[in-house]
Design a protein around this ligand. Structure first.
Ligand SMILES: [Zn+2]
Length: 393
């Protein structure tokens, strides 16, 4: 709170400031309830000592004593020193038709409303400070209108029930009757005032919106978790299937079953040999002339022998290789599968071009790191060189 706000409060209420107890020269010994401090109060026109004493819930004589008054006659502008009553001994005034209810574990707004025969809107109207319809704090107090339902508001400093009656358009008499008042001065700051027939509809709707938003957020979180679990489960199943497949292909029969199985699958996908007449000089995986691990197979043939696309696809690369392939072509067959054709004497395609299976893409040569005219042919899956024999018919 800023100084300005304190001063604002002062102007509105006539209270000059809260002071610490035991001011110099002040001794309270009689008729003194437990104190928590003092208020300096400037008498306003129309104030009576009885009304002020009632408003601050102190004995009239305590004000007279602490303010050095000889009589209860007040002049506007006069300063009064009002001893404040301890919180514990000061009971908030409740309208006669309202009872406090202390929230117990397991209570919900619905169950409480049901127990006291209220609508949820009725319960919210009696407790307009409620923050949530779902989360009730155990031990906190809710107010229950047992008679006529209405809006229950706390009187703020400087506020009168006239102000409340006017703001909520309830006749003053109706307010007075519902709160058991014979005089407006019987209620003071902090007291609860029931405004019969008034509903905290906006508050209720806001709480419903919060409730709905929280429900949606919970649902969203549940969905997200379920989706996450489903993804993890799927990934786990996929991994197991892959491990199973690896175990099966790593059969003891020297790789032959693996080739046959792969051929059955991949030949159906359309691979063909990239030349019609050749001699295989180096197989996949062997130590080649320029490679520790031969990443393809070498097919020897005279310079100028046509090289055909092993499968339909798009030309990814057509040009000179920095890695020893010389003039070479890479075809992209989709699905992560590529074929590479190296050491060509001439290239017959352009990058980006689509080629049919069996279309001439270049001619045998000995460019790059090559010891004689041949085609270095690679099959790559996901960027990893695989044994071309596993893909060829
Ligand atoms: Zn090679």
């Amino acid at each position: 709170m800023s100084i300005g706000e304190v001063l604002g409060g002062v102007l509105a209420t006539g209270v000059l400031g809260l002071l610490q107890p035991n001011l110099p020269g002040t001794k309270i010994t009689v008729d003194a309830p437990a104190r928590k401090g003092w208020v300096l109060y400037t008498v306003q026109p129309g104030d009576t000592l009885a009304a002020i004493a009632h408003r601050y819930r102190v004995d009239l004589r305590a004000i007279m004593y602490s303010s050095g008054l000889q009589s209860d006659h007040l002049r506007p502008g006069q300063l009064l020193r009002i001893p404040l009553v301890d919180d514990a001994s000061s009971q908030v005034r409740l309208p006669p038709g309202v009872r406090p209810y202390v929230v117990r574990s397991g209570d919900t707004t619905e169950s409480i409303a049901r127990r006291f025969g209220l609508t949820l809107l009725g319960l919210v109207s009696a407790n307009p400070d409620l923050k949530s319809l779902d989360r009730l704090e155990v031990g906190s107090t809710l107010y229950i209108p047992t008679g006529e339902p209405g809006l229950l508001v706390r009187l703020r400093p400087g506020e009168t029930i006239h102000d409340l009656a006017q703001r909520y358009r309830v006749p003053l008499l109706v307010v007075a009757r519902a709160n058991g008042l014979t005089s407006p001065t019987e209620v003071g700051p902090g007291d609860l005032v029931l405004l019969p027939g008034v509903q905290a509809r906006a508050t209720y709707e806001r709480l419903l919106q919060i409730q709905e938003a929280e429900r949606k957020a919970r649902e969203e979180e549940r969905r997200r978790l379920a989706e996450e679990r489903r993804r993890q489960e799927e990934a786990r199943r996929r991994q197991m299937a892959e491990r199973q497949a690896r175990l099966q292909t790593r059969s003891p029969a020297q790789g032959q079953p693996q080739l046959r199985r792969a051929n059955a699958v991949v030949a159906a996908a359309g691979y063909r040999w990239p030349m019609t007449s050749f001699t295989v000089t180096t197989y996949f995986g062997r130590r080649g002339a320029f490679q520790r691990f031969h990443t393809g197979i070498d097919l020897a043939a005279p310079v100028g022998t046509p090289i055909y696309a092993a499968r339909a696809g798009q030309v990814g690369v057509a040009g000179w290789s920095r890695f020893g392939y010389g003039l070479h072509v890479v075809l992209d067959h989709g699905g992560g599968q590529e074929t590479l054709y190296g050491h060509m004497s001439r290239i017959a395609v352009r990058p980006g071009q689509w080629v049919e299976r069996g279309q001439i893409i270049g001619y045998v040569g000995s460019t790059g790191w090559s010891t004689g005219p041949h085609l270095h042919f690679e099959v790559r899956v996901g960027g990893v060189p695989r044994n071309p024999l596993a893909f060829l018919p």
